[in-house]
Ligand binder design. Structure first.
Ligand SMILES: Nc1ncnc2c1ncn2[C@@H]1O[C@H](COP(=O)(O)OP(=O)(O)OP(=O)(O)O)[C@@H](O)[C@H]1O
Ligand SMILES: [Mg+2]
Length: 505
């Protein structure tokens, strides 16, 4: 790291109607520096980066970016092309790759006219190879991006930014979708790149990785910058207090006695398209008043299990029972009707309809109910009142319940889904990576709600890559590996870790 400043944000402010997303935020970034940008869900992190990248026009403030020689120049605002040309690259919270074309074309798309000539194509391939060699980032180049894993797609996004000669790279929650191992590799790659002079801003809710991998930390709260410090001088407690303005409450966990089975799977198999959605002869029972934690490295069949329980996958063998009733033909509708509430892994695609309002999304699984619909007409007042009550109770913040759901911040989308699931008091809750991307306060709230549901007699299947989360909430743990489930029979972190990796306990 040198003292050379490569980026200055000066007094940036942005409002969306009544929401003050950013209020007079100033930041600097040094060459080769890794800056972590922290803050609660909705604090304004993504908005700030979107102004830097030209997606949003600030209401006030300026941005300066250094040229390769180190001289700062004002950046024309509101123009992504200008940001790109100035060497700013951004990898969004939600990827934006074209699914059906391959990585090579995704990487070059937009920066080259069209790689129709074989010569151009070879030059592009050479440049990408060179970038991969220097950064350590690799991804298959010749298969459609839709078939790549999440981690590979992310590397394609980063390669795309580097291909455009980014000198400042912004990563919005890069590790939210990665396994712990993938996250470590990513940070190792980032270190390699910063040693060559790349400067990085990354957004994260994971304090452990922030403390391990950043040089400096900036904290936003309610759109304002409330603190900034060298990482070497920071600790979890200080940062957490800065983020939320108070200590986060610890979730109290009371003992519970399991009741009757609410979900039984007997020798169930699912034929998926890949390893991640395939199950082989799975047998499990979840009882009332019980949280069953499913630990495992992602891609080992968790999607298959989630699809099965939510009725999105039809088993090729075996038997499913909810309470006493055998579900002969599972579908999303029969599982909802049987009393299963689902917190999906991919909340943007499976959790909400982005173009519909927050209020409509809150009733989306019960549009047929008489209090929601009468004689084919939606009861707008009832939907609105329901939404206002839920937004209050579940602390869904943002531009109001009438706004399109896609305008909510990532964490607030999850709160919307929680509100929808919990208000129906389901018999069984399928919680798939429920705290991914959530700030500490919101994550604690999810835990509290799951325990509350358990207290009133629901069964919970908690699928998570975060072993600490499972250890903190589950009554019993099973490990998923290669599409098969085994009882962990222990609450020992190290032993479960070994089982996840495929070694006998
Ligand atoms: N285009 C928009 N229209 C209206 N409101 C918006 C828009 N974009 C963001 N907001 C609101 O601005 C606030 C800040 O959102 P932002 O996405 O920047 O938060 P964030 O810190 O990135 O949160 P998270 O950690 O949940 O991703 C939120 O209340 C959000 O709902
Ligand atoms: Mg965000």
């Amino acid at each position: 790291m040198t003292d050379q400043t490569v980026l200055k944000l000066n007094g940036l402010s942005k409002r969306f109607g009544p929401v003050v997303a950013n209020d007079d935020v100033s930041l600097t970034l040094g060459r080769g520096e890794v800056l972590a940008l922290l803050g609660e869900n909705g604090a304004g992190k993504t908005t700030l980066m979107n102004m830097l990248f030209g997606h949003y026009l600030p209401d006030a403030g300026t941005v300066e970016v250094a040229d390769p020689g180190g001289t700062l120049h004002p950046l024309p605002l509101g123009h992504p092309q200008a940001a790109l040309a100035a060497g700013v690259g951004m990898v969004h919270q939600h990827f934006a790759l074209a699914e059906n074309i391959n990585a090579l074309d995704n990487i070059t798309l937009g920066s080259e006219p069209l790689l129709s000539l074989r010569r151009d194509r070879r030059a592009a391939e050479r440049k990408i190879k060179d970038i991969m060699a220097r950064s350590g980032l690799t991804a298959p180049q010749d298969v459609p991006v839709g078939r790549l894993s999440v981690g590979e797609r992310q590397r394609v996004e980063i390669l795309k930014a580097l291909y455009r000669d980014a000198r400042i790279l912004v990563l919005d929650e890069p590790t939210a979708v990665l396994t712990p191992q993938e996250a470590d590799t990513l940070f190792a790659n980032i270190k390699t790149m910063t040693a060559e002079g790349l400067s990085v801003i990354f957004i994260s809710h994971k304090l452990r990785e922030v403390l391990a991998f950043s040089d400096r930390i900036a904290v936003l709260r309610h759109g304002r910058k409330v603190g900034e410090m060298a990482t070497s001088e920071a600790d979890e407690g200080t940062i957490a207090r800065l983020m939320v303005g108070a200590d986060t409450p610890k979730v109290a966990r009371e003992a519970a006695t399991p009741g009757a089975p609410v979900l039984t799977l007997q020798n169930v198999s699912v034929a998926g398209r890949s390893k991640r959605d395939t199950l082989q002869g799975v047998t499990l029972t979840v009882h009332a008043h019980e949280i069953l934690g499913i630990a495992g490295i992602s891609g080992n069949g968790q999607s298959g299990l989630a699809n099965l329980i939510s009725g999105l996958a039809v088993p090729t063998a075996g038997m499913i029972r909810v309470d006493e009733t055998e579900i002969a033909r599972p579908s999303a509708a029969t599982m909802v009707a049987a009393g299963i509430g689902r917190i999906p892994e991919d909340r943007h695609h499976e959790g909400i309809v982005g173009a519909m309002s927050v209020a409509e999304n809150m009733v989306i699984e019960r549009l047929g109910d008489p209090d929601i619909q009468s004689r084919g007409l939606l009861r707008r007042d009832a939907i609105q009142a329901n939404a206002e009550g839920l937004a209050q109770a579940y602390d869904v913040r943002g531009p109001g319940v009438g706004a399109a759901a896609r305008l909510l911040s990532g964490g607030n989308i999850q709160k919307l889904i929680l509100a929808r699931v919990f208000e129906r008091a389901p018999r069984l809750i399928l919680a798939n990576q429920p705290t991914r991307g959530l700030d500490m306060g919101a994550a604690a709230e999810v835990g509290r709600r799951l325990l509350e549901a358990r207290g009133r007699g629901a069964g919970v299947v908690l699928i998570s890559e975060d072993l600490d989360e499972i250890l903190g909430l589950a009554d019993r743990i099973m490990v998923i590996r290669d599409g098969a489930l085994v009882e962990a029979g222990t609450m020992d972190r190290a032993k479960i870790g070994l089982m996840m990796a495929g070694e006998p306990a």
